[in-house]
Ligand binder design. Structure first.
Ligand code: FAD
Length: 401
């Protein structure tokens, strides 16, 4: 890893983002060291019960990383998205055929995607995975950045030309470096679980706007004869906590009441988990020798399923810019290199955050004005195919807005 003349890149965090970036950037002239704090994650057992809706663009990136073909079962394609507003008839449908695409997106379980990424990391000749190992501190030095790594109860220091911080939304590193994390809490929690359906989902996803907040159901591949889907149920804190503990039968009745008849009968629910929702972002994503990516840089509300899709586009862009710099013998931690990455991605980040916040604002709460605006919005999407196509392409991360 410390071969003479080769700049070293250290990635802190082997979650979905860190592992994707490491795979994207690792090359014979660009060795990468990945530090992962959780022994369970490093064994692919640390991923929770969430699933991720991947855009078409994310599929292409994962194909380039050689990870897509390793996903078994294959991610479930989304052929149709049915959007509705609780208490109001009608709604709007997005269809892959209307977009001229094979699918509107794909759904993969996080433990499956995380497992495939980690397996690819372990197979790569240009990546070294250190786990459990925790990045404790980072300090800029003349040659790049000095990192303090905690492992087996001890600490050691190493230097890197570039440290890529991908250790999640609670990363302590920015604060230690005087980088501010700005937070806009949404006063909402997401209750997440896999659910069993009484009938095939036919590759449909549902998004329903309820008085509590948006409720999403994403299709999953069938397992052991069970028609499965992934639930993301946005709720105020007290209801999310209550539902976390509620007996299954009562919970299913509540879910069915919020959902209405649209997706048919829900017959069972798996392990439940709860996530507080917020928008958070750091005041600086790059410094000489340092880049923050994924949740460490920006954490989004899951309503539009954009967080990881955006992180993947950031990973691909940073890896491309860094790869080019290394090829022309420029340090990957050079501020001009990192600025090029940010110039490339900042508009995408701002646009994705804005789109997500717009949906959260519009589709949470039940004031008469909002409900009216929502109904008009859904009506416009329903009757104006060009508007619907633009909306869908933005939601799919195709960047056509
Ligand atoms: C309910 C919900 C549903 C979502 N659905 C979607 C969706 O459908 N589509 C989508 O695109 N996005 C979705 N997202 C967003 C997506 O989950 C995140 O974008 C993604 O998980 C971010 O991953 P990450 O690797 O950046 O961070 P994390 O998942 O937090 O990973 C950080 C990693 O760093 C490790 N670590 C922590 N500290 C250290 C340290 N000091 N040193 C070394 N390692 C460390 C951790 O163990 C962990 O493995 C959803 C989010 C939520 C909450």
């Amino acid at each position: 890893m410390e071969a003479a003349g080769k700049p070293r890149i250290v990635v802190a965090g082997g979650g979905l983002t860190g592992a994707s970036f490491a795979l994207a950037v690792a090359a014979p002239d660009c060795p990468v060291l990945v530090l992962e704090a959780s022994p369970a994650t490093a064994q692919a057992g640390g991923f929770d019960s969430r699933s991720t809706a991947l855009s078409w663009g994310s599929r292409e990136i994962l194909e380039q990383l050689g990870v897509w073909r390793e996903l078994d079962p294959a991610p479930c394609p989304i052929d149709r998205i049915e959007v509705s507003d609780q208490g109001h008839p009608g709604g709007v449908c997005f269809d892959s055929r209307e977009q001229g695409l094979e699918a509107l997106g794909y759904v993969v379980e996080n433990h499956q995607l995380g497992g495939a990424l980690l397996a690819a990391l372990k197979q790569s000749e240009h990546v070294e995975l250190l786990a459990p190992a925790e990045l404790a501190a980072a300090r800029p030095i003349a040659e790049g950045i000095e990192l303090t790594v905690r492992q087996h109860g001890g600490e050691r220091r190493l230097t890197a030309a570039l440290a890529v911080i991908a250790d999640g939304g609670r990363s302590p590193i920015p604060a230690k470096l005087g980088i501010e994390r700005r937070t806009k809490p949404h006063d909402q929690y997401a209750l997440v679980a896999n659910i069993a359906l009484g009938q095939p989902h036919r590759n449909r996803a549902w998004e329903r706007f309820t008085a509590h907040g948006p409720l999403a159901v994403l299709p999953l591949p069938k397992a052991q004869g069970v028609h499965r889907a992934s639930l993301v149920w946005t709720l105020p804190e007290h209801l999310a906590r209550e539902n976390l503990e509620l007996a299954e039968k009562r919970l299913l009745a509540r879910l069915q009441a919020d959902f209405g008849p649209g997706m048919g009968q829900v017959t069972g629910i798996g392990r439940r988990a709860c996530f507080p929702l917020q928008l958070s972002w750091v005041s600086e994503q790059i410094r000489p020798g340092l880049a923050l990516i994924g949740n460490a840089a920006h954490m989004l509300h899951p309503v539009a399923g954009q967080g990881f899709n955006l992180a993947l586009r950031d990973c691909a862009s940073l890896a491309r810019v860094v790869g080019k710099a290394v090829a022309r013998c420029q340090s990957p931690g050079d501020m001009a290199v990192l600025q090029q990455y940010l110039d490339e991605q900042e508009f995408d980040q701002d646009k994705t955050i804005l789109f997500t916040e717009l949906l959260v604002g519009l589709f949470s709460g039940n004031s008469a004005a909002k409900a009216m605006f929502r109904r008009l919005g859904l009506l416009a999407l329903d009757v104006l195919p060009p508007v619907r196509r633009r909306f869908a392409s933005n939601a799919m991360g195709l960047g056509l807005f």
